[in-house]
Design a protein around this ligand. Structure first.
Ligand code: AMP
Length: 142
């Protein structure tokens, strides 16, 4: 049986506004903000507001709108950071590398010849996250 959703997870706290994030997008169902330990410049997380641990227990009705926003963010980060490509990743349960148990999708701008940094590696400086968030918001037209 799937493990229960824990409303004390860090993304639930971000969604409730209890801890800060560098937001780039929000609508009724979805929020996107900068990953604090980016695997590449402009690494953004797209997070549905509906609670689920991951893809395995998510309401299928969440997934269409979620991936529509993933596409929107992928286009925006590529434009904002003048990237050559975009890697999209999503992890389910510890064996896969998941560390935060609220469904989210990673959108990582990619540059020719630049490898991904380690998952959950080094913290980025807040000013760098703020600058990249500003560029992405501008590319989204907001
Ligand atoms: P996952 O391993 O797929 O669960 O990814 C969780 C991601 O959340 C990692 O890439 C972390 O760097 C990132 N992360 C952890 N805490 C925060 C936070 N407070 N704000 C933004 N991103 C975070």
């Amino acid at each position: 049986m799937a493990e229960a959703y824990d409303p004390g997870n860090i993304f639930a706290k971000i969604l409730r506004g209890e801890i800060p994030s560098h937001r780039v997008y929000e609508d009724d169902a979805i929020v996107a903000f900068m990953d604090v330990m980016p695997q590449g410049t402009g690494h953004t997380l797209v997070v549905p507001k509906a609670p689920s641990r991951n893809m395995l227990d998510a309401d299928p009705a969440t997934l269409g709108p979620l991936f529509a926003v993933v596409q929107k963010i992928a286009v925006a980060v590529k434009k904002a950071l003048d990237a050559d490509g975009v890697t999209i990743m999503q992890f389910n349960e510890p064996a896969s590398g998941q560390t935060v148990y609220h469904l989210h999708v990673h959108v990582v701008p990619r540059f020719e010849g630049v490898p991904l940094k380690p998952h959950s590696g080094q913290m980025e400086k807040p000013e760098v996250l703020a600058e990249n968030a500003g560029k992405i918001r501008a590319a989204l037209g907001g």
